[in-house]
Design a protein around this ligand. Structure first.
Ligand SMILES: [Cu+2]
Length: 145
């Protein structure tokens, strides 16, 4: 019986060590994530699957009155640059109005640019509310892979 008891104790110790190592890895990952994404203000709870900025940029032009390209596919971590190349004022309204990358008309006048680093894979639909809705007029979509 004593031998069996010892075996269980050893196993328990081993499991605890494994757990400690896993927790340490999670802690390191959390620190790394918050260090990279801190300036984006993303809450830690939603940082799962977040990718650090990768140094790449991709451009969408707002012309009168459409986004070009209308659909843009980028890898996670890419900075999307919207340029207002039209003579009209435009804006960038995410389909999900709680998303933080909204750009108001005052900040997107002709000649101005707006940028956002998309750090999580997903499909991000948006539109210019001056010239349409999410489904018609001046919609766009960023596909982050
Ligand atoms: Cu517009």
């Amino acid at each position: 019986m004593l031998g069996v008891y010892h075996l269980v104790t050893r196993k328990g110790t081993l499991v605890r060590r494994t757990t400690h190592a896993a927790l340490a890895a999670v802690a390191v990952a959390a620190v790394a994530t918050s260090g990279c994404g801190g300036d984006a203000g993303a809450p830690a709870a939603s940082s799962a699957g977040t990718v650090a900025p990768n140094g790449q940029t991709a451009t969408v032009q707002a012309i009168d009155n459409s986004f070009s390209p209308k659909e843009l596919t980028v890898s996670a971590g890419t900075e999307v640059v919207w340029e207002n190349r039209g003579r009209n004022e435009h804006n960038i309204i995410p389909e999900n109005e709680d998303d933080p990358w909204r750009v108001d008309t005052a900040d997107f006048q002709p000649g101005e640019t707006a940028t956002w680093v998309f750090t999580q894979p997903g499909t991000y639909r948006y539109y210019c509310s001056i010239h349409g809705t999410i489904n018609a007029g001046m919609p766009g979509v960023i596909i982050v892979q």
